[in-house]
Design a protein around this ligand. Structure first.
Ligand SMILES: N[C@@H](CCC(=O)N[C@@H](CS)C(=O)NCC(=O)O)C(=O)O
Length: 381
């Protein structure tokens, strides 16, 4: 048994190394295990999407290594389906007083920073939703979708369901809808067309994803709006990149992080015991190795904690110029984005040390309170 396991482990690690060096971890083909499942699944399990940004990491490792096509095609983001896919709802979040009139299903990994962002938005605005926890290895729950990342949102519009892909596009669409509920969500999403790289259809960029569709704004509001967009994008493009190298800084931290993902993502329900242990141990080791590569890729300091602290200090300095929140007396979308991203590592040592070494704690827990209290809920007029 231990020999077989050792062989499986070394085989996975060999593949992992090979794949990582080639920068195409998810696509790597390998020989199958005697269990009938392919190594590919286990490699995916180890490095793709298991909870917190592993999948995110993977996709970025892949994307960054490919040349951009000169020939992108713009497609409408308006994807609809006539019925809900037949998948099990993992949890229902029902918010008393929800007046959004939206019937939402969120497909997610619990500790993916992008999914955490979407949940922070929905919770703050008191919008009820169903959660479908996606199995990060087999991903059966999103088989029906051509878009293969999470989060994905399905929103009922009349007798069909509108599919929204990409956390920032989801948040901007719903925020636009909340500003003027007379506007059809389907019309709103037309303002966020997707650009697909023809050579690499997995590479999708969504136009305008940080823009809220709203009427004309006063000069002062225009500036606020621009700043909000800038920091939302910073959360996606900068802050997120500081997380993996910190969370997987040492083998011990990586292991602790994976144990936390397992707990919060309820992997005991998704995997058998030995699969779960394999994923935790191989995943932790793989992400520790990958974390180092990401550190270099994103030019983090040798002491990666410093980069995390620096970025969070930049953020908190901006907040302090404005009040309790970046949005002033109440949070704006930038507050929700940064809070969402950071909440994805709340159970990790890196997070605890972040609170001890920066002044972000007050803002973070103020945010947590308003999000948990659904403070952004607006009564029906
Ligand atoms: N830009 C996207 C990124 C989403 C993303 O990369 N999600 C990761 C999980 S953190 C994912 O689904 N990766 C693909 C996989 O797990 O196979 C967003 O903001 O929603």
């Amino acid at each position: 048994m231990s020999f077989v396991l050792r062989r499986r482990f070394s085989s996975i690690l060999y593949e992992l190394k090979k794949c990582t060096i080639n920068n195409y971890p998810i696509r790597c083909k390998s020989t199958s295990f005697s269990t009938g499942r392919t190594n590919k699944n286990y490699i995916k399990a180890a490095i793709a999407g298991l909870g917190f940004s592993t999948g995110y990491t993977l996709i970025n490792v892949t994307n960054n290594s490919e040349s951009t096509s000169d020939n992108p095609s713009v497609i409408n983001s308006n994807i609809t389906t006539s019925s809900l896919p037949k998948v099990e709802v993992s949890r229902q979040i029902k918010i008393p007083g929800d007046s959004s009139c939206l019937n939402i299903t969120l497909f997610q990994y619990t500790t993916c920073p992008f999914c955490c962002k979407v949940r922070a938005f929905l919770d703050y605005y008191g919008i009820s939703y169903n959660i479908v926890e996606v199995n990060p290895v087999l991903r059966q729950q999103i088989k029906w979708s051509q878009y293969k990342k999470v989060p994905i949102l399905l929103v009922q519009t009349g007798d069909e369901y509108l599919q929204l892909n990409d956390s920032s596009m989801i948040i901007s669409s719903l925020a636009s809808y909340l500003k003027d509920r007379r506007t059809d969500l389907k019309n709103i999403t037309q303002s966020y067309p997707a650009i697909v790289d023809k050579k690499n259809p997995k590479k999708i960029e969504i136009l305008n994803k940080y823009f809220i569709m709203q009427g004309s704004l006063e000069e002062s509001e225009l500036l606020k709006d621009k700043e909000e967009r800038k920091w939302r994008q910073w959360a996606d493009d900068v802050l997120v990149h500081t997380l993996s190298p910190n969370v997987y800084r040492t083998p011990k931290e990586a292991l602790e992080a994976f144990n936390w993902f397992s707990e919060i993502g309820e992997w005991d329900k998704l995997f058998s015991i030995w699969e779960r242990l394999l994923i935790i141990y191989v995943g932790a080791y793989a992400m520790w190795l990958i974390g180092k590569r990401l550190k270099n890729r994103h030019n983090l300091k040798d002491n990666v904690r410093e980069s995390l602290y620096d970025e969070c200090n930049k953020w908190i300095n901006e907040v302090n110029k404005r009040g309790q929140f970046f949005g002033g007396t109440s949070p704006c979308l930038a507050d929700l984005a940064v809070y969402g991203v950071l909440s994805s590592i709340e159970g990790c040592l890196a997070f605890k040390e972040l609170l001890l070494n920066t002044k972000i704690s007050k803002w973070y827990y103020d945010m947590k309170k308003v999000v948990c209290d659904h403070a952004g809920i607006t009564p029906l007029h």
